[in-house]
Design a binder for this molecule. Structure first.
Ligand code: ZN
Length: 340
């Protein structure tokens, strides 16, 4: 065989193998696309058994917590939406109320929902030394694990408070290895949002019997969530050329108790079907590495931009309306303990 014939044969072979690879790639992506032509989202709910308006570290009023922790699982069930609720066990340790507060978590298990670990005290991995943070994870599973094992379940997910995943690659990886050794997987978030700010304003409106403000806040939140879904669907389409199986983060709050029903209805209208976190994470998009290091907490879709050679432009994530941000800031300022 002369040289030019050899080259021709080689290039023909390369074309054939490249075409074959491309066809294989297309069929793999296509297979996933046809399986996910319907939009899917997993619901995750943080700060069980209840996020208190305007205060990071409050345990909440038991009567109010009973109301929201009965209502939220009921609404999820009525929409056939599986969910994982992430627990801060410090909220269970109130003298005279320990059993009643553990029973709040039982409402979720009785509704067939799942629970996960959100550290004991809701601390940040950015500002807490790794050894203390690991203690927080262990301390934060004591009651939840017992309740779950009584219904034949295991606690399998960990959600970083503030979505702060570590101050350095070493700490981040070391903590992930620790989680793995205890049977946990990190629960990522693709649809992030500032629902706590709306919850602050709604709490104030309820305290002041201001029904007009309460209604305005709920409407603004639902509009804002539309904007959010659109934003992250666009990021998903830009990175993966399809709408990946999304994971939504909301909080166990008065706001969620009030708006979850219309929120889930809106998502169904948007074409979403609700899936478990297990199912959502089977989407191959979640194999994309999260390379972000820093004090901010934000969507994994934005973090994944780094793996695609893009900037993690978390500053461009949609904000609540200015009036909500301003009122929430004022409420938090007023409730902050006074410095001596
Ligand atoms: Zn939280």
């Amino acid at each position: 065989m002369n040289l030019s014939l050899a080259l021709k044969t080689l290039s023909a072979l390369m074309i054939v193998s490249c075409t074959l690879l491309f066809v294989m790639f297309r069929s793999a992506v296509g297979a996933h696309q046809s399986a996910s032509a319907e939009k899917t989202v997993a619901i995750t709910i943080d700060d069980l058994p209840g996020a208190v308006p305007g205060m990071e570290h409050a345990v909440g009023d038991l009567k109010e917590l009973k109301r929201i922790n009965r209502l939220i699982p009921q609404i999820l069930n009525s929409h056939h939406a599986p969910a994982v609720g992430f627990v801060n066990e410090f909220k269970l340790q109130v003298t005279g109320e320990r059993d009643a507060r553990a029973a709040l978590l039982q409402f979720w298990l009785d509704a067939g929902l799942d629970l996960g670990n959100h550290t004991y005290d809701h601390v940040s991995l950015y500002s807490t030394p790794l050894a203390d943070y690991e203690d927080q994870a262990i301390h934060g599973e004591a009651v939840t694990r017992v309740l779950m094992s009584a219904v034949g379940k295991k606690e399998r997910y960990f959600r970083h408070p503030f979505l702060e995943t570590g101050p350095s690659t070493e700490v981040k990886r070391e903590f992930e290895a620790f989680l793995k050794s205890r049977g946990y997987r990190v629960a990522p978030v693709t649809i992030d949002n500032a629902d706590y700010q709306f919850n602050d304003v709604l709490g104030e409106a309820i305290d002041k019997n201001d029904t007009a403000l309460a209604e305005k806040t709920k409407r603004a939140y639902l509009d804002y969530m539309d904007t959010n879904f659109k934003y992250y669907e666009d990021v998903s389409n830009n990175l993966f050329h399809r709408n990946i199986s999304q994971t939504l983060l909301i909080h166990d709050s008065e706001l969620t108790a009030e708006v979850l029903d219309p929120l889930l209805t809106n998502l169904q209208r948007r074409g979403y079907r609700f899936v478990s976190l297990d199912q959502a994470l089977m989407d191959p998009a979640y194999a994309t590495p999260d390379l972000f290091i820093g004090p901010q907490g934000f969507s994994w879709l934005v973090r994944w931009k780094l793996a695609f050679g893009q900037k993690a432009d978390w500053q461009n994530e949609p904000d609540p309306p200015q009036w909500v941000i301003k009122m929430s800031d004022q409420i938090r300022q007023a409730k902050r303990p006074k410095q001596e």
